[in-house]
Write a protein that binds this ligand. Structure first.
Ligand SMILES: [Zn+2]
Ligand SMILES: [Zn+2]
Length: 148
């Protein structure tokens, strides 16, 4: 998982619903999944949250930094636009990574969600209809050492 130098420098844009907050993130996500936990359902209002993970320093807020509503602290939070409420990304893993809420991406990332997690707490009214692997909770770790 350490291919520094071979990756393209493509950058993806993302923004909130009202357009006050814009961010840029490298198209170098290390993993992506659909999370069905109750927290992700509530923060998005959806059946699940498709998210993509990357080292925190690969994401920069390019507009509206003073309009962020950060629920949590430096080492773990959900970052929203405080004007419209969009969940943009979450800071996770002791502040080392961000999980971008993929619905806020403007550009099409190279990565696709590869599995479903926290299916054990999935909404009963939602049926998963694809063939991606499902995990009761976290996926069995395969990339916890990925740095960049
Ligand atoms: Zn907004
Ligand atoms: Zn979740």
């Amino acid at each position: 998982m350490t291919h520094a130098g071979t990756v393209s420098q493509r950058t993806l844009a993302g923004k909130c619903y009202c357009g006050v907050v814009h961010y840029a993130v490298a198209d170098e996500f290390l993993y992506a999944a659909n999370c069905h936990c109750s927290d992700c359902r509530r923060t998005t209002g959806s059946a699940f949250k498709p998210f993509a993970g990357i080292a925190r320093n690969n994401l920069v807020v390019t507009a509206g930094e003073d309009s962020l509503m950060i629920f949590g602290d430096e080492t773990g939070n959900n970052t929203h636009c405080k004007s419209c409420g969009s969940l943009l990304y979450s800071v996770v893993r002791d502040g080392a990574f961000v999980h971008v809420a993929m619905g806020t991406l403007v550009d099409d990332p190279t990565i696709r969600p590869t599995h479903h997690i926290f299916v054990g707490s999935k909404a009963p009214w939602f049926t998963i209809t694809d063939d991606l692997p499902q995990y009761e909770e976290h996926a069995v770790a395969r990339a916890s050492g990925g740095q960049e």
